[in-house]
Structure formats: C-alpha cells, structure tokens
Design a binder for this molecule. Structure first.
Ligand code: BG6
Length: 470
C-alpha cells in the first residue's frame, strides 16, 4: 500500500453552476438555455428542462450542509446574470436575487466552505442574444464587464476567488461550430470572433476587478484537453499541434500571457477569418492577465492527420480541417458516457503549466465521471455504491500528486459536482455528484464516494492499494 500526502491547505472541493442547480424560481429573465428549452424541449434528455434543477434556490442551506458532510472546504458555483440583473442596459440589480446570492455566500462561509464564484457558465441572458447577437457583439462584452463589476461590488467583501468564464471554448464550439449549445449556429468566422470576444470580456472583467483593488484573486476556468497524436509520424504530430493551438493555447495564452498564440493568429489570418480586434483591446488583454487558472479535465483528445487536405476548397472555415479525431484501439473508456479515461493527462497538464506558463497558480476546477441510472448501485441502506467514481478520482489524484511533487503549483482538486445536477441538453442523464438527487422528490443522499472524499479531504491522505493503472 502506498500513501500520498497532499498539502495541508489543499482545496478539496466540488463545482456546480447557478443555472444547473438553482432552478428558475423567481428569475426575471431567461438565459440562452432556458430559451432553448422553451423552444425545443425535445432537444433535452427526457425533455427535462432547467425549471427545478436540483432546487438549490430553496434547498441551499441543507445542500451546503451535505457538502460539508463530504468534507468540501471550497465549492464553486456561479451567479446568473439573468437572475441578478433586472435591466441589462442600465445594469440594475434585482434586490431579491442579490439577497439570495448573499445568503448563499454566507451559508457557505458559515459551514467553513470558501465560495468560488464564476460569472458566466454558458448562461448568457437570451435577450442579449436576440438584441445584439450575443457574444458576437462587443456591446455584450461591455455589458458583461459591467455585470462583473456589480458582482464584485456586492459580494467581493466575502468572495475571494472569482472566475470570469467557465469553458469559453465550449461556448464557441457548441454554439458556433457543432450545434450542441444555443444558438446552434455553424459559422467558422463567427466562432473565431466569439472566441476573441469572450477573451476580451474576461480581460475587461479582470480590469474592473483590478480597479476595485479588492483583496482576492481572479481567473478563468478552461477545459484543457491535451491533443495526443495518433503516431509519431510528422503529419500526425502537426495535426496534434494545430489541435493544441485551438483547444488549449488559444485561451490559455491569452488569459495567462496576455497574447494569443502567434501561430494561431497566423493561421487564422491565412484563412481570412482573423477576429476584428482593436489595438486598445489587445493592450487591455495584455495588461489584464489572470491570477489563477482553473482547469477542467475530463478526457484527452487523440488526433490524427486530417482525412482531406486542409487546402481543399471549402466555403466555410472550420478549425478542425487541420486534424481529425482518432479512436485509439483499446482505449480505456467510461463506456457509459463514451469518454476515454486517461488520468495521466493531468500530469501532462501540470507539467505544461509548470514549464510553459511560468508555473502559474492553478487547480483542477472540474474532473469527474458521469454515469447514467446510478440507482443500479443502490445498496440495502439506500446508498449508491459508486466505487467506479472513487477509482476514477484516485487515479486522477495520483497523477496530480506526481506533478505537484515535481513542483507544479496546483492548489486543489474540485470534482464535478457536489450534488447531481441538471446539465444542458444531457439534462439528468449523466450523474456526477458525490450526493445523489432523486429529481422527483428532490431527496438528496450522500453516495459512497462522498464519504470516501471526506476521509481523504480530512486527512489530506490518499491511500492506494496497487490500484493505479499506469
Ligand atoms: C462540464 C461543464 O464541461 O461538463 C458542466 O462545465 C457540465 O457545466 C459537465 O455539466 C458535464 O456535462 P454532461 O453533459 O456530461 O453532463
């Protein structure tokens, strides 16, 4: 048996978001997901929408107590722009919503849990999409910075860790290339502009934070997916480098170094789709980098040379014309979700941050294993025995610890998610929580993984019994 010791003040936590947990109670405005559900409920698994979610709006006091039972010392959730603000142009605050978020923050603190707050978790107010074209518009960028400023002013006395966006790349890909998020467009040029605008919005929010001189830290949450080449052949390696630029370096470089990767800028220029950027905006991006990076990691990307030459004549630009997904034979899978399990990638990410990003402060902000119909694993005491999840977490922690031992500045590990929550079009298909939620009764029960997590968090010790697959 091997025991790994984590630092004393390590962040043992979990992440969720406002739109996925609160439910739409007393909300004045729809966000894009609410709107999408109202238009096309059939796009959502079992037609379950965000109306109730896990009812954090009413249950937050008891939910937070359950999080404490799981040993969490830090939890990330988000403030919904579409709840907090009454008039987006005037940036006026809804007092009931402000009181709600304030009470949530106080409840976290009263239970010894440090709240981490995200400002945008895929939940743009629908009105801003309809009026201005959403993230395609720089006016929306400015409105977002204003909303961020309101949040800092209202809650910055108690919230010390802020994050501008969650997974901006998912907004770009889901909304403007692959149609798995609203507005479900397919438009490469718009995708590139949206990517830029999201970065600008993040940097502008950071600039506001700096102006207020509050005593916390601000960062961004990026889904990093190392792009492993299918072989060592030159064409496969080149494909992986291009994929890496798009999937990882785009937001990573801009957020932490203040500059977009020159190779990506050159490629987009050659393609004739480079974003519209003003000089003063690029200066603002350069001057407002993050204090802290959150890394969401679920699965790696395996890529190979593209099937067709990137010089083929196509009308619309797509970044993935430079590579193609590669299904590695004998990949180890979470078969239920269809994602490869490759915990070693966490080590590769840790080393990349250490070696190529000035060893900046970071943490794992999401990692987790989505499984459907977990009632299959209910024991006689009504507890879900999710040993697969415990194994999944253990293996990722093992590789994280190795990276930290070698000097990577990782501050914590957050699981997705504390309590089973609603997840966009997948709704309640994949359960990720340490705490189960019966969505018909809103009964919440700690899973076996929740009790296990508490032990690890309380001692900072991870016990391994030859159960790591290298
Ligand atoms: C993450 C997102 O990428 O994946 C979450 O930040 C999301 O918002 C989670 O819920 C799991 O997604 P899914 O669709 O597998 O349930």
């Amino acid at each position: 048996m091997e025991t790994l010791q984590f630092p004393e003040n390590f962040w043992w936590g979990a992440a969720t978001s406002g739109p996925q947990s609160e439910g739409n109670f007393k909300k004045q405005h729809q966000n894009v997901m609410d709107y999408w559900y109202a238009q096309a409920p059939e796009d959502f698994y079992n037609q379950v929408g965000p109306d109730t979610a896990s009812d954090f709006y009413h249950d937050f006091q008891t939910d937070i107590q359950l999080m404490k039972v799981c040993g969490l010392n830090t939890v990330r959730t988000s403030i919904q722009w579409s709840r907090l603000i009454d008039d987006f142009e005037k940036n006026t605050v809804n007092t009931e919503a402000a009181a709600f978020y304030s009470a949530v923050i106080d409840a976290f603190l009263a239970n010894g849990i440090e709240p981490f707050i995200t400002l945008h978790h895929f939940d743009l107010p629908a009105e801003l999409l309809h009026k201005y074209g959403g993230w395609e518009s720089k006016h929306v960028v400015d409105l977002f910075a204003g909303f961020a400023e309101r949040c800092f002013a209202l809650f910055g006395d108690r919230v010390k860790y802020w994050f501008t966006h969650n997974e901006p790349l998912v907004v770009v890909e889901g909304g403007y290339l692959d149609q798995f998020h609203y507005p479900k467009k397919v438009n490469g040029r718009a995708a590139v502009q949206v990517a830029y605008n999201l970065q600008l919005a993040s940097s502008k929010a950071i600039a506001k934070y700096r102006q207020l001189k509050q005593d916390g830290q601000i960062g961004i949450i990026l889904n990093l997916t190392p792009a492993y080449p299918a072989s060592q052949a030159k064409a496969d390696i080149e494909a992986s480098e291009k994929a890496d630029l798009w999937y990882n370096r785009l937001f990573m470089d801009a957020s932490s170094k203040g500059e977009f990767p020159p190779a990506l800028v050159e490629l987009l220029e050659q393609e004739g789709v480079l974003w519209q950027a003003a000089k003063d905006e690029l200066t603002l991006i350069r001057e407002n980098t993050i204090d802290l990076l959150g890394v969401n990691f679920y699965h790696p990307n395996r890529v190979q040379r593209p099937k067709f030459s990137p010089k083929s004549l196509v009308v619309d630009f797509r970044p993935d014309k430079y590579w193609q997904a590669y299904d590695m034979p004998m990949a180890r899978m979470n078969v239920d979700k269809g994602w490869e399990i490759y915990p070693r990638a966490v080590y590769d990410i840790a080393k990349d941050i250490q070696e190529n990003y000035g060893n900046l402060l970071w943490y794992i902000s999401e990692n987790g294993m989505g499984v459907s119909q977990e009632e299959r694993y209910l024991n006689a005491d009504g507890v879900i025995e999710d040993d697969y999840r415990i194994q999944f977490i253990k293996e990722h922690l093992y590789w994280l610890h190795k990276g930290m031992r070698e000097g990577s500045n990782c501050l914590g590990y957050h699981l997705w998610t504390p309590i089973d929550c609603w997840s966009w079009s997948n709704a309640y298909r994949n359960r990720y929580g340490l705490i189960a939620n019966n969505i018909h009764t809103q009964t919440k029960t700690v899973k076996k993984s929740g009790r296990w997590f508490k032990k690890v968090a309380a001692s900072g010790r991870l016990e391994l019994e030859n159960d790591i697959i290298e």
